[in-house]
Design a protein around this ligand. Sequence first.
Ligand code: ADP
Length: 258
Amino acid sequence: RLSERLPYAHDDEFGQLARVFNATFSRLEESFERLRRFTSDASHELRTPLTTLRSVGEVGLQKGLDAAALREVIASMLEEADRLTELVENLLTLSRAESGALKLNPEPSELGVLAAEVIEFLGVLAEEKEQTITLRASCAVPADIDRTTLRQALMNILDNAIKYAAPGTDIVVRTEVSGDEAVIEVEDAGPGIAQEHIAKVFDRFYRVDTGRSRDVGGTGLGLAIARWAVEMNGGRISLDSTPGKGSTFRITLPLGKV
Ligand code: ADP
């Protein structure tokens, strides 16, 4: 660990230089630490699906498996490979995000139109669970946003609502103007999230209930990516939830010109 600092505290030119040096040093130290944590989290998360892939493969090598059993083994290996792909793609998105290498392209947009696109895209998943997604867009909600990143944020939130809420439940997506802000809300009637987890669900790899989350797949990165995407667009993301009743995720952005 680096810990060198210039201990020069006088207020002359050299003192000013020392302050700049020390501040730069602290920032460097922080980025090293972020990188170290990122690498260690990522390796840890990659190990689990790899271990599963390996043990399923070993089952496939056992003698005397009939064709149907072998197909089942191959199917679960493919499923695990898909999980790995999703994880790696999400990791790449986050690492690009954290390095600041992603360039945004803000354009005047209407949030109702963006929401409708995302609902259309994820509609099939909701249909499979016999859930209905209702869009409530009472007026035009203009915002200058980078559509690619914001679409991704909304997609991750809506995908969670579909994943975690029970079959047959209703999901409501609302777009509205609130004061000088543009708002998108996604409300589900799912299991909800307890108060003590609310601030943490936006941290990468954080899952409330690993058993439940593992059943429905997922990488624990969806909300971390969503938060990053919203903040990059000058907005913020919040969550209001009652366990047993449901969750409402809220994206707030600066209102654009009509
Ligand atoms: P994951 O890939 O596990 O879904 P996310 O970052 O998208 O990761 O979400 C983090 C955790 O927050 C999830 O594992 C789940 O426990 C919880 N969560 C997210 N969305 C919801 C929701 N709509 N209802 C209940 N729990 C949720």
